[in-house]
Design a protein around this ligand. Structure first.
Ligand SMILES: *Cc1c(COP(=O)(O)O)cnc(C)c1O
Length: 413
């Protein structure tokens, strides 16, 4: 199923009518993140329910860790993946009883102690030093710690936008060191190795390739479990299901993915092994929007610039990924000023923010029919790695509003 369905369009229309309502009430420039909460819940529920019995879907909190999002997802997902003690604490506040997985390089003693205190379900250990550190802490507390070993595979792995494995990175234990590590971990009696963790890439758009990747993980993890006599309770296949920002109509094919899990992956899964996915982007991107008002329009050295309220300090994703983020123009007819309204008809525009750096670009050379000062640009698929990764206070502009819209607060046209 492509994400961009009629239901999705209806959600966007609801967001747009809410923006019109708000715009009519206020004189300050419009600038907000908006989340369609029923859309978020429905799409996540549909995915969780369609999973085969041996698979679980966790939410990787770093994509968007706002409490309203965590609270909405808590009853739906199988748990959360945290990458810091701060995230563990946010999860515990929003969802006191949820299952937590804890990963990330360079964990401190405080973080590992916090993980034990908050009864994290599994700790993804990223190095031998971290194994030793965690073992020492677990021993001091007289508490057994369940761990998955995060392995950086030698590959080759499928191509994707960001690769955390299959090449040298700071993540995980080098696959070639597995022999020594498995010998060593046998001496660490307060650690229980329950399986392996792989998060090798991000933003993979190809469901077929992702199935092949999961099969590859299963084959390797199975071989290691046999060789080192480990009971493979869990295999964590990471996140990395992608969002197609370049063509919204061609999204990761979830149905094909589920079909692959049922018909190709199932036969390789051992009884007693649970396959974990910890997705961020794929869960929260689509229901989130960044909407911002056009402040100025100008031509400079032959190029058209549309300058919006806010910018990459509020929505860093396009600059971080070096892409043009998809947007649509919401026409606002009112113009109450005695001076001329800047406008571009049928042209190519570059959309920038208010920062004093030429890197503050949200979209580059995009063809539009018309855009005027006072119109609002609606950036789609902004719910993951948007506000969460942005340098909010650079230049000390006001923050955008944050709306978590429910049907009662959205007027349906
Ligand atoms: C970021 C991250 C994820 C989530 O990645 P997405 O690409 O958003 O699905 C999952 N696991 C780990 C270890 C991560 O660092």
């Amino acid at each position: 199923m492509a994400l961009e369905t009629a239901a999705n369009r209806k959600e966007t229309e609801q967001i747009i009518s809410f923006i019109h309502e708000q715009k009519n009430k206020k004189t300050a420039p419009f600038c907000a993140y908006l989340h369609h909460m029923p859309g978020l819940r429905a799409s996540t529920q549909q995915r969780v329910q369609s999973l085969p019995d041996f698979a679980r879907l966790f939410y990787a909190v770093k994509a968007n860790s706002e409490s309203a999002i965590l609270q909405a997802l808590a009853p739906i997902v199988h748990g959360f993946e945290a990458a810091s003690l701060g995230e563990i604490e946010k999860i515990r506040q929003a969802a006191p009883n949820s299952k937590i997985l804890f990963g990330g390089p360079g964990k401190t003693e405080e973080e590992l102690e916090g993980a034990l205190r908050h009864h994290v379900h599994l700790i993804h250990v990223e190095s031998v030093h971290e194994l030793n550190k965690l073992h020492d802490i677990a021993k001091r507390h007289g508490q057994l710690a369940s761990v998955l070993l995060r392995i950086n595979l030698r590959g080759p792995l499928p191509a994707a936008t960001l690769a955390m494995g299959g090449r040298p990175t700071q993540f995980g234990i080098d696959e070639t060191q597995i022999d020594q590590v498995m010998q060593h971990v046998k001496e660490l009696s307060f650690l229980r190795v329950e399986g392996f963790h792989f998060h090798s890439l991000s933003n993979n758009l190809d469901a077929r390739e992702h199935i092949k990747l999961v099969q590859y993980y299963i084959r390797l993890a199975g071989e290691w479990a046999d060789k080192y006599d480990v009971k493979l309770n869990y295999l964590n296949a990471g996140g990395g299901l992608g969002v197609n920002y370049a063509d919204l109509d061609k999204q990761f094919n979830w149905d094909e993915f589920i079909n692959g899990l049922e018909h190709e992956v199932r036969s390789g899964i051992r009884p007693g092994t649970t396959l974990l996915f910890e997705c961020g982007r794929y869960i929260t991107a689509a229901a989130g929007y960044y909407a911002t008002e056009v402040m100025d329009i100008k031509q400079n050295h032959g190029k058209h610039y549309v300058i919006v309220r806010g910018g990459t300090h509020q929505f860093r994703l396009p600059s971080s990924w070096q892409h043009s983020h998809p947007f649509e123009v919401i026409a606002v007819e009112e113009w109450d000023y005695p001076y001329a309204r800047p406008v571009i008809e049928a042209g190519n525009v570059t959309v920038v923010g208010q920062l004093c750096t030429p890197k503050d670009v949200l979209a580059q050379d995009v063809a539009i029919k018309q855009v005027r000062a006072g119109d609002i640009l609606l950036f789609r698929y902004a719910g993951a790695y948007g506000w969460a990764i942005s340098h909010h206070d650079f230049l000390s502009h006001p923050h955008p509003a944050h709306y978590y819209l429910e049907p009662a607060t959205v007027s349906v046209p």
